[in-house]
Design a protein around this ligand. Structure first.
Ligand SMILES: Nc1ncnc2c1ncn2[C@@H]1O[C@H](COP(=O)(O)OP(=O)(O)O)[C@@H](O)[C@H]1O
Ligand SMILES: [Mg+2]
Length: 263
């Protein structure tokens, strides 16, 4: 795609993870290989328990791999990464702090200069419709607004890479659609590289340049599908034949593995 320059930001080859517990060993992911280029929006799509979160946590340096190799920005991942932003399914906002302080928490935690980054925090909040909520506390916000704050917090230090683990999974359908649009526009403005984990086929096709489909556990890659749809994408694109052809190809990939899909 035109917005990428062919440089790999994430490079994963033959990655494997086996969890050893006192009673058993769980083979979570097996022989996973793919690259994500600078500026690309890539979704990893797979059924519950196939190792999506495991993959993301390894990319973030928050969990160790068992085998294979993973590099981010050309360096082996061997501990928590600084130059990334993470958004989880359940937001981890500080209840006693207001919205702007929650966003600026990323800056304080990294000991970056607050004054320099404050305009960035405000610009991000404004871009997701939270201009009037700087002083609000998290408990005053809806689930969608809380996740918007989480996205701003993940981006405020201007990381190269954004990792998102089912960020809209706990939201209702209408909120989720609005979040897809907001994320798309934030991404189009920021040109970040995004690795987006989801179990929604629709979400993956709508948002992505590429969708990587994983098999049931141990998760392996069954399909690496380029989504060649023009941007910005409106919700109506989901009614088009091209969109539905992508949906069908992914669904058939799941069905070949015995995974039951809906939507
Ligand atoms: N810390 C852990 N210890 C043991 N098993 C784990 C651990 N974390 C995840 N697993 C297992 O690894 C598999 C993949 O989990 P996960 O990566 O969370 O999948 P997903 O995010 O796709 O639902 C699951 O069977 C899960 O039970
Ligand atoms: Mg998960």
């Amino acid at each position: 795609m035109s917005h990428t320059n062919g440089q790999a930001i994430i490079s994963i080859s033959n990655l494997g993870k086996i969890y050893e517990t006192p009673t058993s060993s769980v083979h979570a992911i097996s022989d996973v290989s793919f690259d994500v280029e600078a500026g690309e929006f890539v979704s990893v799509l797979g059924p519950s328990g196939c190792g999506k979160s495991t993959l993301m946590m390894i990319a973030a340096g928050l969990r160790t791999k068992t085998s294979g190799a993973i590099q981010v920005n050309g360096r082996d991942v061997d501990g928590p990464m600084d130059d990334i932003g993470i958004v989880f399914q359940r937001d981890v906002l500080l209840d006693w702090a207001n919205v702007i302080d929650n966003v600026m928490f990323s800056i304080e935690a990294r000991k970056l200069p607050t004054k320099e980054y404050l305009p960035n925090a405000k610009r991000l909040l404004d871009s997701v419709g939270l201009a009037d909520f700087y002083e609000a506390r998290p408990y005053e916000l809806s689930g969608g607004m809380r996740q918007r704050v989480s996205i701003c917090r993940a981006l405020v230090h201007d990381p190269q890479l954004l990792l998102m683990d089912e960020p809209f999974g706990a939201l209702d359908a209408l909120t989720r659609e609005q979040m897809m649009l907001d994320l798309q526009s934030v991404w189009l403005q920021s040109k970040k590289t995004v690795l987006f984990i989801t179990h929604s086929i629709q979400e993956a096709v709508f948002l992505s340049d590429r969708v990587i489909v994983m098999s049931p556990r141990p998760g392996t890659i069954d399909l690496d599908l380029r989504i060649d749809l023009p941007r910005p994408r409106s919700l109506h694109i989901m009614e088009t034949p091209n969109f539905n052809a992508y949906m069908r190809e992914i669904r058939e990939t799941f069905e070949a593995r015995g995974v039951i899909t809906h939507v």
